[in-house]
Ligand binder design. Structure first.
Ligand code: MTE
Length: 326
């Protein structure tokens, strides 16, 4: 078993924190820009992205139907929806390993039964199972842009409910200023054979200001592409915060806690100078090791390929969230 040593931020090289495929692809991407010019390239990545088995992958996506009305305010964006078979094999879920190709290992995630505890500074603490969530909250579909801090992006059709509905249900007290979200963690299950978890700040946790959680865009997803959420995407319930980098969207949520102080979060604890707490998508603020001005938009298969697109401030959702940051 490989022991991952967490280096000091000043000694991290790009390929230590970013999964190797993303690292090498980024090198190719930068090279291609020199020859092709931004916006013109559609770069095939088949050489790097061999899926173990398309049939097994398709099976991992064959899940009970979950349908809901599409919210007309979020029924389309200016880009096509990413093909499901691409989104389902290009994931970040570090509990199951440090590469993009963790979809198979993620099938070990036990999702039934599932409980989410909603606790902390609230008047009505609750513990919900999945059926409770589906009954209590009206589900809707929303098509959102998704932007990873590694400068790749997709468009995904989520099914779930706005986080503000949970706030209404549990009634935070006036002392509640932040919210901490905790992902499932069991080192017996989540540690892949080549991925030692001991020295990393598990469980994966994320946080929001309570006003951010109350924003109309902030969403809990229980489904994707018209069915239950696949395990590789963070079944059975995950956060979706479309104006922030993807790492803010913690997967497989087991606990939501309303707290007074800003909570410590996974990536911010690990590499604070690279992954801020706020993490709003911002093309004008480069990551210390790469530009955020453009992104690699992944949409069509059968092989993995991308188009270079300009990154939009707040990932295109400025009109909804700008008041949060004035
Ligand atoms: N949540 C947990 N628990 N563990 C993770 O490793 N990765 C984050 C986020 N949520 C992660 C997580 C990152 S870096 C990204 S980009 C998105 O999940 C990826 O979501 P996707 O695999 O569904 O595209």
């Amino acid at each position: 078993m490989t022991l991952i040593r967490v280096p000091q931020s000043w000694e991290i090289s790009e390929n230590q924190i970013t999964p190797p495929e993303a690292y090498f692809n980024r090198r190719r991407f930068l090279k291609s820009l020199i020859g092709a010019g931004i916006g013109a390239s559609l770069i095939p990545l088949n050489a790097c992205q061999k899926s173990s088995s398309e049939t097994a992958l398709a099976n991992s996506l064959k899940l009970p139907k979950l349908t809901a009305k599409t919210n007309p305010a979020f029924s389309q964006v200016d880009r096509p929806i990413t093909e499901e078979m691409l989104a389902g094999k290009y994931n970040n879920f570090y509990e199951f390993g440090g590469t993009k190709n963790i979809w198979l290992k993620a099938q070990n995630l036990p999702t039934d039964p599932w409980k989410i505890e909603v606790t902390g500074l609230v008047k009505n603490p609750q513990t919900y199972d999945l059926d409770d969530l589906k009954k209590k909250f009206t589900l809707e579909e929303r098509i959102y842009r998704f932007r990873c801090v590694e400068a790749w992006s997709m468009v995904l059709p989520w099914i779930g409910f706005p986080m503000k509905k949970l706030i209404e249900a549990v009634e935070p007290t006036n002392d509640a200023k932040f919210v901490r979200f905790t992902s499932f963690y069991d080192p017996e299950i989540t540690a892949g054979p080549s991925f030692h978890l001991g020295s990393l700040p598990w469980p994966y946790q994320e946080g929001l200001r309570i006003e951010e959680m109350a924003n109309d865009l902030a969403f809990f997803a229980l489904g994707l592409y018209g069915h239950d959420l696949p395990k590789q995407h963070g079944a059975p319930v995950r956060m979706v915060i479309p104006w922030k980098y993807g790492f803010k969207g913690a997967k497989s949520i087991v606990k939501v806690e309303f707290v007074q102080q800003k909570p410590a979060t996974y990536w911010n604890t690990l590499v604070p100078n690279e992954y801020g707490f706020e993490a709003n998508v911002n093309p004008n603020k480069p990551h210390p090791r790469w530009s955020q001005a453009t992104e690699k938009f992944i949409s069509v298969g059968p092989g993995l390929s991308w188009e270079i697109k300009e990154t939009l401030p707040f990932n295109g959702y400025g009109e909804y969230v700008k008041d949060l940051y004035s």
